[in-house]
Write a protein that binds this ligand. Structure first.
Ligand code: F6R
Length: 606
């Protein structure tokens, strides 16, 4: 959730670091800082808040140098203040860090006993103290970092500068992403590809336990014991423009409009319309041993997981359990070898999802991940990966990652259904035919979303919203509510419509907008009953309904139409108006849509 960038080379470093941090700002943004070697010792600038503050400080203080590191922070230990911003320096060691040092309290107490004084509340500062302590005992910078990391428990992506060693950045990773960017006579470090994609496309993905000595002309990778490790570089083909706003007011809006392309990229080449089958590269399932599917994820990805239950159970007739990764990891889950664990994660770095996956693996489950980030930790540790090809998602609120996850789950349902024999060739062919129409239908929904602006203006000052859905659209009600609350800060609840009478009906009055997902298909009559109950209590109803539904317009305040499609594929369309509604409401209210308060894009801590 924090961002790291580093540079060693011939060029002036402050601009490179600032530009890299700007590209990483979405990962965490309560404070930022840089450290640059000047005359063999580091100089540090840090500021609270947005990067513009750091940039202004830099204009004022004029740092220069060609080797340095930078960081954007999302607070975990200690408040978001300038003092707690990275880099942290103690003695000769300067450190930036993503992750959490779990034994920080114990290490801090020991260091205090040995006479150290701390200038921040962070866990990170401890590493600077430990490194400096080893250097005082004549360790080389590399050995000092190794010795420090051997004392540290927890997760880290870390960069260290040591005064006197002004041609070098020492970096290391464990349970937090870190990559090296390889240039000509210059090298980079970053927590995330977009930070340095404009400078180089050749990258090395460090693995857990790796440490690297980065100089302008070389990158040497070692393990913590000092043994050399071979790591190949990969060429990253992502288009840099894909990571920019492309003319839209916000990344989120751009990403909403990218969904037809993203879904096409995700399903393309994995479907055989003629054979009625879907393929997952490099991952085979033996239907005779597969007894259960368990899907774990967090947040929006968890909502995709619930849709996945409907899809996989419906097509493959295999029992599917869905769990929040943060709960699963702590309940000593029952796992056996007949289980397939499916993790869903946009970033591939979510700490809870990663821990849940490791727990299940330890107990013998095979793991298939649905993931958007190539080379991410979850992807690398899975037995198989079904990559969603959403491209980089920069808006903190997940949109295109969600619909690509849904389409990957349709592929999984078809794949498993064909292998268990519960989905006939004819049914699969029809389903694939309909799935292939989805990107065009998504485009149609997005192109005709002007009415949502009017609805958004009408309800933008509401205090609460209620979202109702049934069956496969129930998780879409959850997702619609999550989207609205995270970017507009309006309180919103998602409910299974049938549950309304068991409690939330008490909320309904003339001030409560209720968004009802009511496409034609199974459960339609039931949801119309629920909707009538809302109307009877003066609630205002906004319906997402099928084009061609002749009646619904008569009984609701507003209708947003979507094409009429089969239930299995409805979530791919019903979620679009809800994303748009959340976006428009937030934009009207003037919130920071792409970087909502208190949130970060990738939650790499518990
Ligand atoms: C909401 C959102 C979050 C993420 C969640 C999991 O819009 O983006 O709820 O879905 O933090 O993240 P990933 O999918 O990266 O594991």
């Amino acid at each position: 959730m924090c961002g790291i960038v580093g540079y060693v080379g011939p060029d002036s470093c402050p601009e490179i670091l600032l530009e890299g941090l700007r590209r990483l700002e979405y990962r965490g943004y309560d404070s930022a800082g840089i450290a640059i070697f000047e005359d063999s010792a580091t100089r540090i600038l840090r500021s609270e808040g947005k990067l513009n503050n750091l940039s202004a400080l830099l204009d004022e203080k004029q740092l220069s140098g060609t080797v340095g590191i930078g960081h954007t922070r999302w607070a975990t230990h200690g408040r978001p203040t300038e003092q707690n911003a990275h880099p942290h320096k103690y003695g000769r060691a300067t450190v930036v860090h993503n992750g959490i040092i779990e034994n920080h309290a114990q290490l801090r107490a020991q260091l205090l006993e040995r006479g150290h004084e701390f200038s921040s509340e962070t866990d990170t500062e401890i590493v600077a103290h430990l490194v400096d302590e080893s250097i005082s005992k004549d360790a080389t910078p590399l050995d000092a970092v190794r010795q420090a990391l051997m004392q540290v428990e927890g997760a880290y992506a870390i960069c260290v500068l040591v005064d006197g060693a002004d041609d070098t950045i020492i970096v290391a990773r464990k349970d937090a992403p870190l990559i090296l960017g390889i240039g000509e006579g210059e090298n980079y470090v970053a927590s995330d590809i977009p930070a340095i994609l404009n400078r180089t496309r050749q990258m090395v993905f460090l693995e857990d336990g790796d440490l690297a000595v980065v100089k302008a002309g070389s990158c040497r990778v070692l393990d913590l014991d000092g043994n050399t490790m071979e790591r190949q570089s990969e060429k990253i083909l992502w288009d840099a423009v894909m990571a920019e706003k492309g003319g839209y007011k916000h990344f989120m809006l751009k990403e909403i409009h990218e969904q037809p392309r993203a879904v096409t990229d995700t399903i393309r080449d994995r479907l055989s319309p003629a054979e009625g089958d879907a393929y997952i590269d490099g991952f085979d399932v033996d239907p005779s041993t597969l007894k259960r599917v368990v899907i774990v994820a967090c947040g929006t990805s968890y909502h995709a997981a619930i849709v996945g239950k409907f899809l996989v159970e419906g097509m493959a007739r295999i029992p599917v359990e869905v769990d929040l990764a943060s709960e699963y990891r702590y309940r000593d889950p029952l796992v056996d070898e007949g289980d397939l664990l499916v993790t869903i994660s946009q970033s591939g770095e979510t700490a809870d999802t990663l821990a849940a996956m490791r727990e299940a693996k330890k107990k013998g489950a095979r793991v298939l991940s649905i993931c958007n980030v190539v080379g991410s930790t979850i992807a690398r540790e899975s037995d198989g990966v079904l990559y969603t090809h959403a491209g980089p998602e920069i808006g903190v609120a997940s949109t295109k990652a969600f619909t690509t996850q849904l389409s990957a789950l349709v592929l999984l349902g078809i794949h498993l259904g064909r292998r268990t024999g519960k989905l006939s060739g004819d049914d699969a062919r029809e389903l694939i035919h309909d799935l292939l129409q989805i990107p065009e239908q998504m485009k149609e929904v997005l192109d005709h979303s002007a009415s949502i602006n009017v609805i958004a203006r009408r309800y933008a000052n509401a205090r609460d919203f209620l979202y109702l859905g049934r069956g496969i659209n129930y998780p879409i009600a959850l997702e619609g509510a999550l989207k609205l609350k995270e970017i507009s800060y309006i309180h919103a609840e998602g409910y299974a419509a049938g549950e309304m009478k068991h409690g939330p009906i008490a909320l309904i009055d003339e001030d409560l907008p209720v968004v009802v997902i009511a496409p034609l298909g199974s459960g339609y009559e039931k949801i119309i009953n629920n909707l009538t109950e809302v109307r009877a209590r003066e609630g205002m109803v906004i319906a997402v309904a099928s084009r061609g539904d002749p009646d619904i317009g008569e009984i609701v305040d507003d209708v947003i139409q979507i094409p009429h499609i089969r239930p299995e594929l409805q979530p791919l369309l019903t979620v679009l108006p809800l994303q748009m509604l959340a976006y428009r409401v937030a934009d009207i209210r003037g919130t920071d849509v792409d970087q909502p308060r208190n949130l970060a894009k990738s939650v790499t801590v518990e």
